[in-house]
Ligand binder design. Structure first.
Ligand code: ZN
Length: 467
């Protein structure tokens, strides 16, 4: 009997899948967690303080691990990035029936002042149940969760519908060129990537209890401005109308007094509705419909008192740098100010700028954009990946929920979002809020040993459930 080739191919697929399932090896989670701890310690001992970064050393370290596992990887972009920077890319192949999912981290870390730490920040030392070092949370710890989850899937022989892509970028903390160069040079490597997971959100853990798991779907956009007023320099003893300083001060005063309009984006509405259950009345009712609550003066003032919530609900403006004369008796030729403007994902930068210029209402004030806004980032929530995260989260803490806090700072995600990739921020760990705030970019950054195992399995399950 001659079978049609299509049917034959289909049968073969079934047989292959069955074999793959049959061969699937169980994961020894304890052993994997120990391996992850060792790798994290080694990774923390590679000093990737940026500047200068030196991520080439980290990329080679990761490549050696991937090589040992038989996972194809490439060190890329060292010529374009220069200065011992490099990106790393790896991929575990699935059967290709669905699009790929990427795990992204940055290899560089912010500087650490050793004298303010209780351990050497590049020791990777294990002490009091923690692995200590600059980058333990931001974000070498996450990198190890990504890496070991991918390795575990590869070793187990679990059937994969989606390829798993592993990306380690240089230079996120300083000038963000690692991600930019990678996306510019290697759009081809990313063309089949549907989802991307990276940093920049925090699960809420209070007194050892998980309140919620966070998925960052949106972030604010920086839209920094510089204001310049020109004048005529002269002696401070003879005041003139050509002093640029009072004009600048008047402009800044108007900006400082201006209240940007409140605006609720869909992800933020959902976030408040989700967390409402954590509050007593009447706050619960307020948060369950934040758009409505903002019309109630009591609710509005309570909500906006929280600096994070305030930033979720409007474009924000912080007056930061000012320069005038550096001598008390000299009227300077020029006065300048820098303003940190952060836009909601759906804000129109040109409109915001036009509004501010109208409010200042002085043509002597010249505006220039220091940092143009990146691609707006608000990823959809109705996705297989979001459901996979919800499933993995529920299994770990049935009383907790999954929600979508906005990121007020800027990350590399818009760089990838620009290619149409759905990017989520996921925190693979359960870290008490106080601990996290102390360590990230601060002193004594550390990750608990329990979290290493937790993070690997959490990412592993998400990757499995999204197949
Ligand atoms: Zn980071």
């Amino acid at each position: 009997m001659k079978l049609p080739s299509k049917l034959l191919a289909a049968l073969l697929l079934v047989v292959n899948a069955a074999t793959a399932q049959g061969q699937q090896k169980p994961v020894d989670w304890d052993a994997l967690s120990k391996e992850g701890q060792t790798i994290l310690g080694d990774y923390l001992r590679i000093n990737t303080t940026n500047p200068p970064g030196n991520e080439m050393v980290a990329a080679k370290f990761l490549k050696a691990i991937l090589d040992k596992e038989g996972i194809e990887s490439q060190i890329l972009d060292s010529a374009d990035l220069g200065g011992n920077h490099a990106n790393l890319y790896a991929r575990v192949k699935g059967n290709g029936s669905k699009k790929a999912i990427a795990l992204l981290h940055h290899m560089d870390v912010v500087p650490a002042t050793a004298s303010q730490w209780s351990v050497d920040p590049f020791s990777g030392v294990v002490k009091d149940g923690y692995i200590w070092g600059r980058g333990a949370i931001d974000m070498k710890g996450e990198a190890v969760a990504h890496l070991m989850a991918m390795i575990a899937l590869k070793r187990s022989g679990a059937p994969l519908n989606r390829d798993i892509v592993f990306i380690a970028n240089a230079d996120e903390e300083f000038t963000s060129t690692g991600g930019l160069v990678f996306v510019k040079n290697h759009a081809d490597l990313l063309k089949d990537v549907e989802y991307l997971i990276t940093e920049a959100t925090e699960n809420s853990v209070v007194d050892g209890k998980v309140k919620y798991f966070a998925v960052g779907v949106a972030e604010k956009r920086t839209f920094w401005q510089k204001l310049t007023v020109k004048g005529i320099p002269s002696h401070g003893s003879r005041p003139t109308k050509n002093n640029p300083v009072p004009k600048l001060v008047a402009a800044l005063d108007k900006i400082a007094k201006y209240e940007t309009p409140l605006h609720v984006t869909p992800g933020v509405q959902k976030y408040f509705r989700d967390i409402a259950r954590l509050y007593p009345e009447p706050r619960r009712t307020w948060l369950s419909d934040v758009t409505k609550a903002l019309n109630d003066p009591a609710a509005r003032s309570w909500i906006l008192d929280d600096v994070y919530w305030n930033a979720y609900l409007r474009n924000t403006i912080s007056l930061t740098g000012i320069t005038g004369s550096n001598k008390t008796n000299v009227i300077p030729p020029e006065a300048t100010a820098e303003i940190d403007i952060r836009l909601l994902p759906d804000a129109d930068p040109n409109e915001v700028l036009a509004t501010l210029q109208r409010i200042v209402g002085d043509t002597a004030v010249h505006w220039s954009t220091i940092l143009p806004p990146k691609t707006p980032l608000e990823s959809p929530i109705d996705t297989d990946l979001f459901r996979a995260i919800e499933r993995a989260a529920k299994e770990r803490a049935p009383d907790a929920f999954v929600t979508t806090p906005m990121q007020t700072g800027a990350t590399d995600r818009p760089t990838y979002r620009k290619l149409g990739i759905i990017t989520y921020a996921i925190d693979p760990f359960l870290t008490e809020q106080a601990e996290r705030q102390k360590g990230v970019h601060g002193n004594n950054e550390r990750l608990s040993i329990a979290n290493v195992g937790f993070g690997i399995k959490y990412v592993y399950d998400i990757l499995r459930y999204v197949q």
